[in-house]
Design a protein around this ligand. Structure first.
Ligand SMILES: [Zn+2]
Length: 232
């Protein structure tokens, strides 16, 4: 028997087709962005369950972290790259929420992250945020906390100066340029907490290092890092 609800759903689907952002199939749940096939094809790292993983190694000798991981390998011309481009440069916040949920599942299933007290999104350069309309790290955090019950502390860590992306400079000069660009509004809020600093992609780790080192100046803080993707 066809129920009223299912025929309404069929009608909705007819007029507003919901298709997979990866392959275009319409065989997927209404609240999903990708079909199971495309979701399983995303290159997961399994770093959240692995100590001394390549993301942790990025920070060795630079900043004291408890754990660090990225959910997926970032590769060129991939579905993940396409999703990140839509999320960061084409105003598609829904994708950020969805990808954040995926990271949230990795975090909630890992024993290494159970002691996290609060999430802090890496602040975006205010000029960029104004242009984009949102901070992508905050959108990821919103997705993470929708499936992993942890407090989100936004607007406490700030960028203090405007800097351009210095993609053509090496790690050392970049770090020197970033030294002092982050500031904490209310250090008491972070005192004695294990903070998870969140960003979209980790490459050289320079920005996360600069921001994390400010957080570690606060009394009793412990730092871990989580990103959506890792670029080799
Ligand atoms: Zn698909």
């Amino acid at each position: 028997m066809v129920t009223l609800q299912s025929s309404f759903h069929d009608l909705l689907h007819l007029f507003f087709p919901h298709v997979c952002a990866g392959c275009g199939t319409d065989v997927l749940d209404q609240d999903q962005l990708l079909c199971l096939h495309c979701l399983n094809d995303l290159p997961a790292t399994n770093f959240f369950n692995q100590h001394d993983n390549p993301v942790e190694q990025v920070f060795y000798g630079r900043i004291k972290i408890s754990n660090a991981a990225a959910g997926y390998f970032f590769t060129k011309d991939s579905l993940l790259q396409n999703l990140i481009v839509q999320f960061k440069y084409q105003g598609n916040k829904e994708i950020g929420l969805y990808l954040g949920k995926l990271v949230g599942h990795f975090l909630s299933n890992s024993p290494h992250y159970s002691k996290i007290d609060a999430l802090v999104p890496l602040p975006l350069n205010p000029r960029k945020e104004k242009k984009r309309g949102y901070n992508q790290a905050l959108e990821l955090c919103n997705g993470i906390t929708s499936v992993w019950n942890k407090p989100l502390l936004n607007n406490n860590v700030k960028r203090t100066v405007f800097t351009d992306t210095q993609t053509h400079k090496g790690r050392i000069s970049r770090w020197q340029n970033m030294d002092g660009i982050f500031a904490i509004n209310n250090p008491e809020e972070l005192e004695n907490k294990h903070i998870l600093l969140v960003d979209d992609v980790v490459t050289t780790g320079a920005t996360l290092e600069a921001c994390g080192s400010e957080i570690l100046k606060i009394k009793g803080t412990t730092l871990s890092i989580a990103t959506l993707a890792y670029t080799i």
